[in-house]
Design a protein around this ligand. Structure first.
Ligand code: PHE
Length: 459
């Protein structure tokens, strides 16, 4: 049901319609959270940063920083009921501070655009891997052959560009259809299906004989292998994987019905998202060790391990095809949250229809995406600061923009907004509320800034 009328408590109504139910909201935020971050990124950065210790820091960040920031973001979104820029301006004024808080929204809109510019390229890889699965290219292939297949594909910029183009078109299509018909339908079956398939893969990982080694890599902390930069990467990943710090969750919160509990919804999303990431690690690392691969091999890790597993199991062609299709869906539902803040802004402030806004944002992101398309081939040797263009866009967004957004969001919710407003949104002033307020007031901002400055070497 699209409801435009004011809420019963006299709060404001959303301009873009509402989620049809509490479950729909949880599904949508879970759909945004569960994506390439869980299955592609988490294993490869955990591998590159030594495993266990990295995972522990990541889990701490998810629960002590990620969860309160997510709650802050949803409550701000529901209170403002506008796109993130307008919401921050409106609430800044309403709460007796300043409209300049809108810059937090601007930071988020830009962050979403930059993240999707590379996210779409990796999603394009998964699209291409659907084709490779159907045509049985992994069947019986050795680790070296699978590696060569990956290198050959990413080395050809035209193929990568084509896949990126198709994915951006898909993302634009769903955003153009709007909150109810687009976003909601897409997530309903994807998350459960993905979970089932990951469990099937877990069965295979157990059968490799290296399951113990793989799991040990994930849980045995070797703090010597972890630098401050690694800690920042773990924290950045907590933001990235939960889709927080850039207004995606704020934009979704704007469509949240009054009666939904923000605490329960956040807890459900955080648990589902973390579960899928840990499961992905438990699938990937046994395969890495059973085949003598390098856990630190980088962004290709998932594309070099899972096809190997599929190529060896019976029915592998079918499983591989389903898996990569699901991964495309997971990326697809995540990409919507990345576009929504910019699209909602264009609709509200530039008088665009949803369709026009989606196409404009989609085109812009498509063009910027060529920086990443070329980072794995023609411009592979073009390195500055952190590495290729892709490396820099990734580092800037996950490790700088999202954590910074998180600092401002938690400070705004817990220091600027008055107690009445936040208690009203979070359903009263019980212990859970107090815990949130403490984490959002002190723990999150201080921890984020501390890690950030340790890593960039200012402190
Ligand atoms: N959380 C998504 C993932 O893990 C990525 C994402 C980040 C989506 C920020 C929306 C906003 O793949």
């Amino acid at each position: 049901m699209l409801s435009q009328q004011a809420g019963d408590s006299g709060r404001r109504a959303s301009l873009h319609g509402n989620w049809s139910s509490r479950m729909a909201f949880i599904l949508a935020v879970t759909g945004s959270a569960v994506g390439l971050g869980n299955i592609w990124k988490f294993p490869y950065i955990a591998g590159a940063n030594g495993g266990g210790a990295f995972v522990i820091v990541y889990l701490f960040c998810v629960f002590l920083i990620g969860m309160p920031v997510m709650m802050s973001e949803i409550l701000i979104g529901r209170r403002g009921r506008r796109n993130p820029i307008a919401t921050m301006a409106l609430l800044g004024e309403e709460e007796g501070s300043s409209r300049q808080w809108q810059w937090v929204g601007v930071l988020g809109v830009l962050g979403g655009i930059l993240i999707l510019s590379y996210y779409s390229v990796i999603a394009g890889w998964t699209l291409a891997y659907v084709e490779r699965s159907i045509t049985g290219q992994f069947t019986g292939a050795s680790a070296a052959e699978i590696g060569a297949l990956f290198a050959e594909f990413t080395g050809d910029w035209k193929q990568v560009a084509l896949a990126h183009t198709v994915f951006m078109a898909l993302a634009t299509l769903v955003v153009a259809r709007g909150v109810e018909r687009g976003l909601e339908q897409a997530v309903r079956f994807m998350v459960p299906a993905l979970l089932v398939l990951m469990l099937a893969l877990l069965g295979y990982a157990i059968s490799t004989g290296s399951f113990g080694r793989g799991v040990a890599f994930l849980i045995e902390p070797n703090f010597a292998a972890l630098t401050w930069d690694g800690v920042l990467v773990a924290m950045g990943q907590a933001f990235f994987t939960l889709s927080i710090g850039m207004g995606a969750v704020m934009a979704y919160g704007a469509y949240l019905p009054e009666e939904t509990s923000i605490m329960h919804a956040s807890a459900a999303v955080v648990i589902a998202d973390t579960g899928i990431a840990v499961l992905a690690g438990m699938v990937i690392f046994p395969i890495v060790f059973a085949n003598g691969l390098d856990p630190a091999s980088g962004p290709g890790l998932v594309f070099e391990t899972l096809p190997l597993a599929f190529g060896q199991m019976s029915g592998g062609v079918v499983f591989a095809t389903i898996f990569f299709i699901l991964l495309v869906f997971a990326a697809w539902t995540s990409s919507l949250g990345l576009m929504e803040p910019a699209v909602a802004w264009l609709i509200e402030h530039r008088n665009r229809t949803r369709r026009q806004a989606a196409v404009m944002v989609g085109m812009l992101i498509w063009i910027i995406g060529f920086g990443t398309v070329l980072s794995f081939n023609e411009l592979e040797g073009f390195r500055f600061l952190r590495g290729t263009i892709y490396d820099n866009v990734d580092y800037l967004t996950s490790n700088v923009m999202l954590p910074l957004g998180g600092v401002f969001i938690s400070i705004f919710a817990a220091w600027v907004m008055c107690r009445n407003s936040t208690a009203d949104e979070l359903g009263g002033a019980g212990n859970a509320y107090r815990a949130w307020r403490f984490l959002a007031r002190f723990v999150a901002p201080i921890a984020i800034l501390f890690v950030f400055f340790q890593a960039v070497g200012v402190i």
